[in-house]
Design a protein around this ligand. Sequence first.
Ligand code: GLC
Length: 731
Amino acid sequence: MFNKKIISFIALQLFLTTLVAQRSLPVYLDDAQPIEKRVEDALSRMTLEEKVKMVHAQSKFSSAGVPRLGIPENWMCDGPHGIRAEVFWDEWTQAGWTNDSCTAFPVLTCLAATWNPEMAALYGKSIGAEARYRNKNVLLGPGVNMYRTPLNGRNFEYMGEDPYLASRMVVPYVQGVQENGVAACVKHFALNNQETDRHLVNVNVDDRALYEIYLPAFKAAVIEGKAWAIMGSYNRYKGQWCSQNKYLLNDILRNEWKFDGVVISDWGAVNNTEHAIYHGLDMEFGTWGVDGYNQFYLANPFLTLLKSGQVQEAELDKKVRNILRLAFRTTMDRNRPFGSFASPEHSLAARQIAEEGIVLLKNDRQILPLNLEQTKKILIVGENAIKMMTIGGGSSSLKAKYEILPLEGIRNKIGSAASVDYARGYVGEKTAEQDGLTAADIIDHRSPEELIAEARKKAKEADMVIFIGGLNKHEGQDSEGSDRKELGLPYGQDNLIGELAKANKNLVVVILSGNAVAMPWANEVPAIVQTWYLGSEAGNALANVLTGEVNPSGKLPFTFPVKLTDVGAHAAGDFPGKDGEQVYRESIFVGYRWFDKNKIKPLFPFGHGLSYTQFTYGKPVISAKTLKANEILTVSIPVRNTGTKTGKEVVQLYIGDEKSSLPRPVKELKAFQKINLAPGEEKTVEFKISVNDLQFFDDRKHEWVAEPGKFTVYIGASSGDIRASVGFELK
Ligand code: GLC
């Protein structure tokens, strides 16, 4: 009896103490309070100096918190494909830590090539967990700039030429990252479609192309993905630098899209205090040419203006509120998960994404997958079979925990079933060092003649030759800060491929790149595989597809032109612009939109990708022949696997407006579904169409409109392989 009384008395005391303690907890520290109340409470406790410290960097990749109030610093990290290794406090130089070797995921062009939003969710969740584990609260990615030209050095970091595909793929990625309590920072907002003169170029683009092509993926990331951060780009638009641009940041991002996250500048993209204050920027990073972070445009110059009363403190508070909201969504959310790093699960995710992103472009005589019963002597030729691709390319370069290279992956997979010999074939690599990281030394001083002679001789003796080449993320070869000068492959690869085709008819060409390349040998080569910079699991993923362990299901996220002048951006001949001006003369006709309009036959069309099995499409059925504004149409179509292997098919739906008051593309991607079918299995794929899918941006009224009239639904296995079409009318 006595004990019971004591225990209940103590319990009561404990309860009361907690209650009192809870009540005296400041609002901004109280998880139970709504975020906006916590923001206002924290703001009210901060001094002017503390607030100014928050809106600019304090180091290469961090900005100040409020130590006095226990509000943490913000730590940013590159990049879209993995968590960049630590650099010194105020330098780009590698800090040489021993605990920051990450999982290198495939590049985002590979993710786009999967056409599988589930892969995007898996990707975001995985890379977000790695950022979280490394205690970063902002991931500087994904990038969703549109692929306007195949020369753009950073296309490998982006998601292709179509705004709808990029929109569907970026949303799950952002959501996946942010479920880890890490902000996705979608970049580079906006119109950063070339690297040439990237700090200067002023993009001249009409509103239709801006709203229909270049903004949709950013808009989807913000409105559907609820992105917590956006990075302004280096270039200019309407004469203003995009990281301090009132049209993009105030008018569109804040006022039209109601964005409530933080706007971060690109590194060194701020050059004017007044524009940085009034044009929607919240955090200035990477400014150079000033002595110390206190001299950044939003540092002492801003503080001076505030103290003199020339600028109202309310302008500062707008920025700090966004930064505090970031804190409460990330570092100050006690319930967020703890992340994980370089784990087997992330390696598996990296491999699955890579396997689903590899595109089989051509496979005559079905020489793929490798038939190891008959093929006993395999020759691998090409530098990209042995070159590390997780490093290089600029800010997305990674110090990966490991990287399985193609030759290694193929040898591991084939084992003793066949001999796998190697010939260098060509040499591109002049230095083993890229972006401060050092690859295995593969320097080779032999002459091209010697290299080709060796490859030709060995090719004659092999049952099967697999050439593995492409680009290599060095300067001018798919890298930040530089564009390619031509569509063709470097280092004499075309000539070598021609020699190999003469030496052995069983030739597979595997191209590693983040951009389309010219393929003058395409008709002489029975099989062509387009693969990407696949990250840590590269060799395993490629080997699994080549051997048929995995049935390829990737589809091109951009058009492969026969020649450069077939591309809209180059037809007018003014790429990359002059005197810092670049006019997007092709307007909305980017990618397949341009090829359709001008009836140009591409080498391989947008959305193209073969399988080791075959699919037939049946007759489409449409739920009605007319559509009213508030109704939904369904279009369904049976798809059957008529081959012998289980495979995935991406069924694509395009819509064409037969008559419009403004020019429109012949057709535009408006839906897609990736389905898995066993041999003989048939599934009916159903698409829903609403009036929103029929709209175009009327820049005369500055609004989206759908005009009554006839529309055609095209359903196909690619933009160039339409299997069925059906018409309807919008009333
Ligand atoms: C770079 C890139 C940007 C990157 C940032 C930090 O210049 O443009 O994508 O996140 O600076 O490295």
